[in-house]
Design a binder for this molecule. Structure first.
Ligand SMILES: [Zn+2]
Length: 325
């Protein structure tokens, strides 16, 4: 039996059910919320998250993977408190999210002082994966890092190397935020490959931001799992184009290499909350069930293919537990 760590404890990988592979509960700037009372009301935000996740569970989604890590305001005790009030599996992550420099915390530590010194990030990641996070006993199930439009730079490269080292120690799978328009997945393949990570253990998040099926096929053929995971971010790519790309990839036989999600959050502080509902009206947990699945079915994607993208072996592979479990 392969067990996956979740907020409520280990779950058999075959019991995860319909899974959204990339949703956040909150994306925050922790020291802003801690200092400005009008920005954050803990009780109402927790209640709102419970309501939204309960609604999502009502659609039949039994598991979400929440890749919120350092740099995105991770707060696992808060997630645990929410999860006590809603019957859904929440899989959490460890890692560092940056497109540029490492956080200042790491600026003058480890390899920044001497290239031969171990990176303290690695021990933090491994501890989250093997012992649990912030004294909760809740273990991360995967590693998360990012490379965006600006590509590999010293900060991004340092995080990816630390993620690779933690992967080698624990066997935990990796999710990398990518920018497929600039084919960052190929750089991820080169760097992680050089550091002992097999593509089969890596999900390339945001692969669905491109319509370039040839590029996606190239990445899938290398063994990567493709996150078609930003449904509702219509300003980057509209739903019809995202759907058409999935239809084409299914036609080519790659349903088993894709996972579907929104990369949405109950609350994200990156966009003015007065603007967000108007600017991105479809960016919420319900969009896939309300609009995407009907469109896929209408365009000939089969139930078997949909199941493969929502609860199939690809999903299982992406959240398969670490060796230590
Ligand atoms: Zn995300």
């Amino acid at each position: 039996m392969v067990m996956v760590p979740t907020v409520r404890g280990p779950v058999d990988v075959t019991a995860l059910g319909t899974t959204f592979m990339h949703e956040h509960v909150f994306v925050l700037t922790a020291d802003v919320q801690q200092n400005y009372a009008d920005e954050w009301d803990e009780e109402s935000r927790v209640a709102d998250a419970v309501a939204r996740l309960t609604e999502l569970r009502g659609l039949g989604v039994e598991t979400i993977v929440d890749p919120t890590v350092v740099g995105l305001g991770r707060n696992i005790p808060r997630i645990a408190r929410i999860n006590q009030q809603v019957d859904i599996n929440i899989v959490v992550a460890t890692g560092v999210y940056t497109y540029h420099d490492v956080p200042f915390f790491f600026y003058h530590r480890g390899p920044a002082l001497d290239p031969n010194m171990p990176d303290p990030m690695v021990d933090l990641f491994v501890r989250d994966l093997t012992e649990g996070i912030a004294g909760t006993g809740i273990k991360a199930a995967l590693l998360k890092c990012a490379v965006d439009h600006d590509g590999m730079n010293p900060g991004v490269e340092r995080v990816l190397k630390a993620v690779a080292a933690a992967h080698r120690q624990t066997g935990a799978p990796i999710m990398v935020h990518t920018h497929p328009g600039t084919k960052r997945g190929l750089e991820v393949a080169a760097l992680l490959g050089e550091h002992g990570v097999a593509p089969q253990r890596v999900q390339l998040a945001h692969s669905g931001d491109t319509t370039d099926a040839d590029h996606l096929q190239q990445l899938a053929d290398m063994g990567f799992l493709l996150g078609m995971d930003r449904f509702g971010i219509d300003t980057v790519l509209g739903t019809p184009d995202r759907v058409a790309t999935i239809v084409e990839m299914c036609r080519r036989g790659y349903a088993g290499s894709m996972v579907l999600s929104h990369d949405a959050a109950c609350y994200l502080d990156w966009v003015d909350p007065n603007i967000l509902p108007f600017g991105l009206p479809n960016w919420h947990y319900r969009h896939i069930h309300e609009a995407v699945l009907p469109a896929l079915r209408e365009q000939g994607v089969t139930e078997e293919q949909i199941a493969a993208m929502l609860s199939g072996p690809a999903s299982a592979r992406a959240v398969r537990s670490c060796r230590h479990q």
